[in-house]
Design a protein around this ligand. Structure first.
Ligand code: CAA
Ligand code: NAD
Length: 286
């Protein structure tokens, strides 16, 4: 059965991008945020991204209007009841996600509805355990910016049914036109297991006064052909999110290379979260 009605929880960087991707693919999207104001802000982010896509000739003005009309922002979790799929993209905080999976697992009307998490590092099996529908819970990890990045990691847990994985594979490839890869339910999955130690190493290098932020980033852009350097990429991802991912990976493997360096902790404490807060390793205008 094709998924036509989906929901997204959290309308920050990733949730707004995931809602946009689904609406552009023709799905009806309920987008739940913590307040009416936050839901309104999420809609504004999506509209801004759609306008950028229109200006670049990726979509027409009619596509833009149609996609926006398919998105229903709200602060009411109950609006998810009739959804066939819900993708949770709230902040990278285990307690927040456990609470959402407990509530939303009980809200969904359809026993076959799938409850997925876009988490970067929190164990999927724990989210399934509190949901009351563990067979229908798995990880579906989109990449930032979701409207541009082709990859999606599919992460079944020990309790995910094979049918749920099959349905999500079809949804990602056929409905969204993205490229899935299969990962195991271990903190960091495939991409962040490789990426996060690299980003944390760049932050340590900067913290040690080894080189300027600009030179570290230019080194990787001009020397290795990366689209952006590690400190600019950290700002794009969000420093609070990198800190949380590093903590989950350290908790899982106890490898020092995953442990967030003190400078990252201090920047998060100071509210320097990167592009989303207007300042991280670099300043950003709104
Ligand atoms: N909608 C549709 N297309 C868009 C778009 C939008 N909102 N914004 C940009 N694009 C398209 C552009 O049209 C362009 O497409 P073409 O090449 O076909 O013309 C392409 O995206 C790139 O555009 P620009 O070079 O102008 O890019 P930009 O400055 O707007 O954005 C970037 C650049 C895509 C972010 C690029 O710098 C990049 O790829 N950076 C690396 C991002 C990355 O590594 N992401 C992974 C983060 S890790 C993660 O996500 C996992 C986790 O758990 C933390
Ligand atoms: P973000 O800080 O930009 O947004 C998180 C949003 O969740 C906020 O708008 C917040 O109001 C909302 N939220 C928090 N609690 C909520 C609740 N109970 N109900 C509804 N909404 C709630 O974070 P983000 O970067 O979008 O990350 C979201 C998830 O996606 C995290 O699990 C993160 O690890 C993952 N992820 C992030 C990236 C990235 O590059 N930032 C990439 C892939 C995956």
């Amino acid at each position: 059965m094709t998924i036509e009605r989906m929901g997204v929880i959290g309308g920050g960087l990733m949730g707004s991008g995931i809602a946009e991707v689904n609406a552009r693919a023709g799905l009806d999207v309920v987008l739940v945020e913590i307040s009416g104001e936050a839901a309104h802000a999420a809609r504004g982010r999506i509209e801004g991204s759609l306008r950028k896509a229109e200006q670049r000739g990726k979509i027409t003005a009619d596509d833009l209007t149609a996609a926006l009309e398919r998105i229903h922002p709200t602060s009411d979790l109950g609006a998810l009841a009739d959804r066939q799929l819900v993708v949770e993209a709230a902040s990278e905080n285990e307690q927040v996600k456990l609470d959402l999976f407990t509530k939303v697992g009980a809200i969904l009307d359809d026993d076959e509805a799938i409850l997925a998490s876009n988490t970067s590092s929190i164990p999927i099996v724990k989210l399934g355990a509190v949901s009351g529908r563990a067979g229908h819970v798995m990880g579906v990890h989109f990449f930032n910016p979701a409207p541009v990045m082709k990859l999606v990691e599919l992460i079944p847990s020990l309790t995910t049914s094979p049918e749920t994985l099959d349905r999500m594979r079809s949804y990602v490839t056929e409905s969204l036109g993205k490229r899935p890869i299969d990962a195991t339910d271990r903190a960091g999955f495939i991409v962040n297991s490789l990426l996060v130690p690299y980003l944390l190493s760049a932050i340590r290098m900067y913290e040690a006064g080894y080189a300027s932020a600009e030179d570290i980033d230019q080194g990787m852009v001009l020397g290795c052909g990366h689209p952006m350097g590690p400190l600019a990429l950290s700002d794009l991802i969000g420093l609070d999110t990198i800190q949380a991912i590093g903590e989950s990976m350290y908790e899982e493997f106890k490898e020092p290379l995953y442990s967030p360096p003190p400078l990252l902790d201090r920047m998060v404490d100071a509210g320097l979260l990167g592009k989303k807060s207007g300042h991280g390793f670099y300043p950003y205008s709104s």
